[in-house]
Design a binder for this molecule. Structure first.
Ligand code: MNH
Length: 449
């Protein structure tokens, strides 16, 4: 097949020359991914010294070493913990060592396949509600706002349902406030900048935090005393969680911290996946038509359910290709604890080891036409450590299958019912502030099919 020049979906302008500390901070303030050098798309590792020693690792074998084989030598960076702890405590996302291990054992069953499948109806209902909102909409729609509404509905239904004393909009507002606060401080962490740089970290909006915690406490208290009703949701499973080895269960504080972790880690990431997927479908109408045909054939007039997953291979590949091009967690970071060698490079204790997933997913040695939108590339499985939207090893995202099921159910339902068209001059700019967001929104023309 001739290699035709190809229009490419939106990408980040990477760094073309080295920058000092202050300039790096300025760039990162706007877009954390802007500090990745273009070289990172062709080299297995890039190292430097910006106040501290750092390495960006794009080599799959080394990533396996960091995330799996030597995971204890590469814990999440210390500042991640300092920043997130006021909000989500020493929860699963943050804890290390024995305190992490028992929580992971206790919570793993809640995310087991059968439980995720059982939560399907909540996802189907959210997809239907999203369709109703889109039918009522007039004019272009910011699909990122729409998908945030849909995924927030899912996560709040499975964690806070049964307690109608809380104001959903207020919680949503508080969480968004919290996320934007966290976003501003996290770039210092991502850069692993030296401790003498002033950290605005302790300026959390106390009101938002307090509100979030109160809502979580209320939901737990209301459910803990209630008789079981219907299928177990995530809150029931959380309340039941116990370490299979020791029988230990969670204190009220640990319950609340993990509940908030699920809400914070679980809704915006999935909304981003959906919004970027719709952007890509609008970008490539041929693929959108194929996916819509697949979804209509599988669903007819109804919304998708968890049982439809097997009949939606193209929609599933579109979700994977979206997670490759726009991974919501586009940049992970670790602090080395031990001497090591990565790609022949010396790593010392204290070095910041960055995992620029964005660059890994567009690496020229690992992917064919790395910047092109081509869901069919996922007909064959990629190298395990070349595709890391959910991380890997013991700290892999516990909610990955929850998120994938939710994304496929909602995307298939939307594509079957609506046609999404790009508007000239409205392409979003990928900007990472804590997560990889579409700056400018994913504003699309939406028409019923
Ligand atoms: Mn999630 C860890 C990405 C959806 C709860 N998540 C991670 C990590 C990545 C990630 C990457 C590993 C971070 C690291 O190693 O530094 N998560 C995602 C993406 C989506 C997502 C891209 C959606 C798409 N995550 C979800 C959902 C939930 C969730 C949904 C819960 C309902 N994630 C977690 C938790 C962890 C995690 C909890 C920490 C797991 C651990 O450390 O054991």
């Amino acid at each position: 097949m001739p290699d035709l020049p190809h229009r490419e979906p939106a990408k980040v302008a990477l760094a073309t020359q080295p920058a000092g500390i202050l300039q790096t901070v300025m760039i990162a303030r706007r877009n954390v991914l802007g500090i990745i050098p273009e070289l990172a798309l062709r080299q297995p590792i890039v190292s430097g010294k910006t106040g501290i020693r750092w390495h960006m690792v794009m080599d799959p074998e080394s990533l396996r070493r960091i995330l799996k084989d030597r995971v204890d030598d590469y814990p999440k960076s210390v500042t991640t913990k300092l920043i997130l702890e006021p909000a989500i405590g020493d929860s699963l996302f943050i804890a290390e060592g024995a305190n992490w291990r028992w929580q992971r054992r206790a919570l793993a069953p809640a995310f087991a396949h059968r439980h995720v499948t059982a939560l399907g109806p909540v996802m189907t209902a959210a997809a239907q509600a999203s369709c109703r909102r889109l039918v009522a909409a007039t004019g272009p729609v910011d699909m990122f706002e729409e998908t945030v509404a849909a995924t927030f509905e899912v996560i709040s239904d499975v964690t806070l349902s049964g307690d109608d004393s809380f104001d959903r909009a207020a919680v949503h507002h508080a969480i968004n406030g919290y996320i934007s606060q966290t976003a501003r401080v996290s770039l210092l962490d991502v850069l692993g900048l030296p401790a003498w740089l002033p950290r605005p970290g302790r300026v959390f909006s106390g009101r938002d935090l307090g509100r979030m915690k109160r809502v979580a406490d209320q939901a737990i208290a209301a459910r803990a005393g209630a008789a079981p009703s219907g299928a177990a949701d995530l809150l029931d499973l959380l309340l039941d969680a116990a370490d299979p080895e020791t029988g230990r269960s969670m204190s009220r504080q640990e319950l609340r911290d993990n509940l908030l972790t699920f809400i914070v880690a679980g809704h915006e990431t999935t909304a981003l996946t959906l919004a970027w997927a719709l952007y890509l479908c609008a970008f490539d109408p041929d693929i959108q038509e194929r996916a819509a045909a697949e979804a209509q054939a599988a669903l007819g007039d109804r919304a998708a359910t968890a049982d439809d997953m097997g009949a939606l291979p193209l929609v599933t590949r579109i979700v994977n290709e979206t997670l490759r091009l726009y991974p919501p967690a586009a940049f992970l970071s670790r602090t080395a604890q031990a001497h090591d060698r990565l790609c022949g490079r010396e790593v010392r204790p204290g070095d910041t080891v960055m995992l620029p997933i964005y660059a890994l997913h567009r690496h020229h040695l690992l992917w064919d036409r790395p910047d092109a939108f081509d869901p069919d590339r996922f007909r064959t499985a990629p190298d395990r450590y070349a595709f890391l939207p959910f991380g890997a090893g013991p700290r892999i995202c516990i909610g990955a299958s929850f998120a994938l099921q939710e994304a496929v159910v909602i995307l298939a339902t939307l594509l079957a019912r609506f046609r999404f068209r790009a508007l000239p001059g409205r392409a979003p700019e990928p900007r990472m502030i804590l997560t990889l967001r579409p700056h400018g929104g994913v504003v699309l023309d939406v028409a019923a099919r």
